[in-house]
Write a protein that binds this ligand. Structure first.
Ligand code: ZN
Ligand code: ZN
Length: 472
């Protein structure tokens, strides 16, 4: 038997993290090659299964579901099951997750004991084990070192990562020195199985049995089936919250926001926000979003049980949101036709331009840019005559207010018709001057390098109407 002092000794790494060393000494030697490194075959498949986990999250719930067929559900037991569901759920969300894994607030001793008891009632491992994996999940999201990476499949991230053995040395290292100094965490970890039997099964059985004579119903409904629902619900944070919903803050990784995930996980469904701002005690930042875990922490603060609630500055949150919106706009922009970029257009002399129009081309020059309007003449809202009269001329002034001050949409549409730029001459000078006066026109580019053309900033737009230049 190893003494507890040697058991907590862990290998230290230069980044300040330490290996996760089990407090209880297991039979497996961590130096030997791990079973998960060998391919699964008909002969060794059973060695790949974590039978304790599988019993707790699959076989026991299955037995509960089957036995429920013969056992009547009393209304008192049903009500208590829901209350106990919230108690165990908060143990995970407010305790394991927001308090211990992320230290997003501080809790007094009575609250810590309450949360650890709730966590044990949920049967999802000890707070120490759970938080270690969760810190690795945040540090190495979507990578090989993420213990429940959704990239390995939705079912794997939901339940497979617990059913199949994982090599603990492959999971990313995290620092849990703070948890090792928390007496509640260490006590719950070392007495974990006892706490599970008491909190998950004995307490609900006794409450229902002594309260209204429903021992069996208490055991099956408030015990086993309630565990099954809370497990499946919180597993959804690892699966559904990385798969379903929007990404208002960052779309480089898998976490997503969705109200359905929030509803089943006591408010943990705003997971895109949570991965961006993990030390915020809130997961939902709008008052109307469903985050009962946040409300509970806030109430505990009013009761003096919780303190030092951490929030990210709203300014930083809005910056993140704006940048993601900008990225989405940029993606949308690349799908639209903005006309051939000016630098890619052939340079055409004024004489060639005029000669081409005399040979039947329907070309119109506006602000030094030549446009082919042949297909558009029939559709010109101002009629065929006006547009035809501009062919072969410098139409800069008439387009910009001389005859009609064209709309922003007209400038946009015109740019999709451009086929060349005029060499020299005052038309190009006008274009150059427009660029010089409004340097942003040529310098603003989005994240993908695309030029951003803002309303009113098209090259064909001359803000002060110019007198028609004598080009010839
Ligand atoms: Zn996550
Ligand atoms: Zn988290």
């Amino acid at each position: 038997m190893a003494s507890s002092s040697t058991a907590v000794q862990a290998e230290a790494f230069p980044d300040g993290t330490t290996d996760y060393i089990p407090l209880r000494k297991g039979k497996t030697d961590i130096r030997k090659p791990h079973i998960s490194e060998q391919p699964m075959t008909l002969k060794n498949w059973y060695k790949h299964i974590d039978w304790l986990n599988t019993t707790l999250i699959i076989f026991v719930p299955l037995a509960g579901l089957i036995s429920a067929y013969w056992i009547d559900l009393k209304w008192q037991t049903a009500v208590f099951s829901v209350i106990y569901y919230f108690f165990a759920g908060l143990g995970i969300t407010a305790g394991y997750h927001r308090l211990w894994a992320h230290t997003s607030y501080k809790a007094t001793l009575p609250l810590k004991i309450f949360l650890a008891a709730g966590g044990s009632a949920a049967v999802e491992g000890s707070a120490r084990w759970w938080s270690t994996g969760h810190r690795a999940h945040h540090r190495y999201t979507d990578t090989e070192k993420d213990p429940y990476s959704v990239r390995k499949g939705l079912m794997y991230s939901h339940i497979g990562w617990m059913v199949f053995k994982q090599n603990p040395r492959r999971i990313g290292r995290t620092d849990i020195s703070d948890l090792n100094q928390d007496p509640v965490v260490i006590w719950q970890h070392t007495h974990y199985l006892k706490t599970v039997i008491i909190m998950a099964l004995m307490v609900p059985t006794l409450v229902c049995g002594l309260g209204w004579g429903d021992f069996l119903g208490g055991f099956v409904y408030a015990g086993i089936l309630r565990i099954f629902f809370i497990q499946q619900a919180t597993f959804c944070v690892n699966s559904l919250a990385h798969w379903l919903g929007d990404q208002p803050f960052d779309d480089r990784n898998s976490p997503r926001d969705h109200v359905i995930t929030a509803l089943v996980t006591l408010g943990e469904g705003y997971h895109n926000f949570h991965h961006e701002f993990p030390s915020d005690f809130r997961n939902a930042i709008e008052w109307w979003q469903y985050d009962p875990t946040k409300w509970a922490i806030w109430i505990w603060k009013q009761m003096g049980l919780a303190y030092d609630l951490k929030t990210f500055p709203q300014n930083e949150i809005e910056k993140g949101r704006l940048q993601q919106q900008q990225k989405k706009l940029d993606q949308k922009r690349t799908t639209l036709d903005w006309g051939i970029p000016l630098e890619q257009l052939p340079v055409i002399s004024w004489d060639d331009y005029v000669a081409q129009t005399q040979e039947g081309q329907a070309w119109i020059a506006v602000a030094g840019v030549i446009h082919d309007v042949k297909e558009f003449i029939q559709n010109h809202p101002g009629g065929k005559a006006l547009i035809t009269s501009a062919i072969g001329k410098d139409a800069t002034a008439i387009f910009n207010g001389g005859v009609y001050n064209h709309s922003n949409a007209a400038h946009n549409l015109l740019s999709t018709m451009r086929i060349g730029v005029l060499r020299g001459g005052c038309e190009v000078e006008i274009w150059k001057r427009a660029q010089a006066e409004n340097k942003d026109v040529v310098t603003i580019r989005d994240s993908s390098g695309q030029r951003i053309v803002r309303a009113g900033d098209q090259v064909t737009r001359i803000n002060e109407p110019v007198s028609s230049a004598n080009a010839a």
